[in-house]
Design a protein around this ligand. Structure first.
Ligand SMILES: [Zn+2]
Length: 375
């Protein structure tokens, strides 16, 4: 099931509202026609919603989208026409909705795309995907009543690849339920949230809290939303594990969903140190017994290759990288993954997590995904 009736009503209402907005936009343009219009000598404005569509004409329709720009992006404004503003994109005049622009660089968390009206998202409506009990390793999951959402790209340049974007943490009750660390019941070979030697770990831990009091789970979600839009724009389909504060899917359920519905799995995290040490990926431990255990044996090289590609992408976007860019860690996610799968740590408790930084991180991760798939 894609949408329930309440959602449909909401969409109808939004459509009617947008229709009204369109009519008044057209009126504004008619009134201005033939008059000397307010012309700005290329002043700077900033995007103030999470995704804003730049269109070749002043109307909301399919097929006139030139490019998506993102929260905090700087634009050159050349003309203001009421509800529409003309900006320069790649040397061409484009129309964007005036209400999503601000004169100064916005701070804080961007408004979600769903609330941004004609800013739109680069996707069709999503499809909810639940964990099937037939799937391999699904029986090891203890929390699996929630569902992920699969979004298909609206881009004409389809990559035919699905990226699973997993906003780390955000499963209430997940810390008090235990799941098996390895499918074969052997103990963990490294420390981490759960110490080495344990055979069971928290189904989903609650995550850390940044020095400024923000919960890690909120920041992983904010980044996941931005990354989703960028990947969809690039032509990837995206499997979103979590899209709100809570999803009832533990780490094994998330992994099994990615195994069956995606071509790679990227879990977003920030580390619990507090020295702003930089980004890195959790690599597969160089421990013979671990690398010999299935499904790790058949997939560990792919996992590390994905991690390497993401770190290189981040580096290229100007993100600070910790040490050699990786740290060996025995994770539940890795232990059950049958597609290229990585836990990426984008920084730690002391790291900046403003919208501008999240945008940069999403650019780096998108570049890394492109490199991984050879695009
Ligand atoms: Zn985390």
């Amino acid at each position: 099931m894609v949408f329930n009736k309440a959602d449909k009503n909401k969409r109808m209402k939004m459509k009617r509202r947008m229709g009204g907005r369109l009519a008044s936009a057209a009126l504004a343009i008619c009134l201005l026609a033939g008059n000397a219009q307010a012309v700005f000598a290329g002043d700077t404005v900033y995007v103030n919603c999470d995704v804003l569509r730049c269109r070749s004409s002043a109307e909301i329709k399919d097929g006139n989208i030139v490019k998506n720009v993102y929260y905090g992006d700087k634009l050159e404004r050349v003309e203001s026409k009421g509800e529409w503003t003309v900006v320069m994109v790649n040397g061409k005049k484009c129309y964007v909705s005036s209400q999503y622009l601000s004169a100064s660089n916005p701070k804080g968390t961007p408004a979600p795309a769903a609330a941004s009206g004609n800013s739109g998202t680069a996707s069709t409506g999503g499809t909810q995907i639940s964990v099937s009990s037939d799937w391999k390793y699904a029986d090891f999951s203890k929390i699996k009543s929630g569902s992920a959402v699969l979004y298909k790209t609206a881009s004409s340049a389809r990559k035919n690849k699905t990226v699973c974007v997993n906003a780390g943490h955000g499963t209430s009750g997940g810390g008090s339920v235990k799941t098996q660390c390895h499918p074969d019941g052997t103990p963990k070979v490294t420390g981490g949230t759960t110490g080495a030697g344990a055979t069971e770990a928290a189904a989903v831990s609650s995550g850390m809290t940044f020095n400024d009091g923000t919960a890690e789970a909120n920041v992983t979600l904010a980044l996941a939303r931005i990354l989703k839009e960028k990947l969809l724009s690039e032509g990837y389909d995206v499997l979103m594990i979590r899209e709100s504060e809570d999803v009832q899917l533990d780490n094994i359920a998330r992994t099994v969903l990615a195994n069956n519905k995606a071509d790679c799995h990227i879990a977003l995290h920030w580390d619990s140190t507090a020295n702003d040490k930089g980004a890195f990926y959790m690599s597969v431990p160089n421990v013979d017994s671990y690398r010999a255990m299935e499904p790790v044996a058949s997939h560990w090289e792919q996992h590390n290759r994905l991690g390497e590609a993401l770190v290189q992408g981040l580096k290229g976007a100007g993100v600070k990288i910790f040490s050699g860019g990786s740290m060996e860690m025995d994770l539940t996610q890795t232990s059950y993954s049958t597609v290229p799968s990585i836990d990426i740590e984008l920084g730690d408790k002391a790291s900046d997590h403003s919208a501008g930084t999240l945008n940069t991180l999403a650019n780096g991760l998108t570049a890394g995904v492109n490199a991984f798939f050879g695009n």
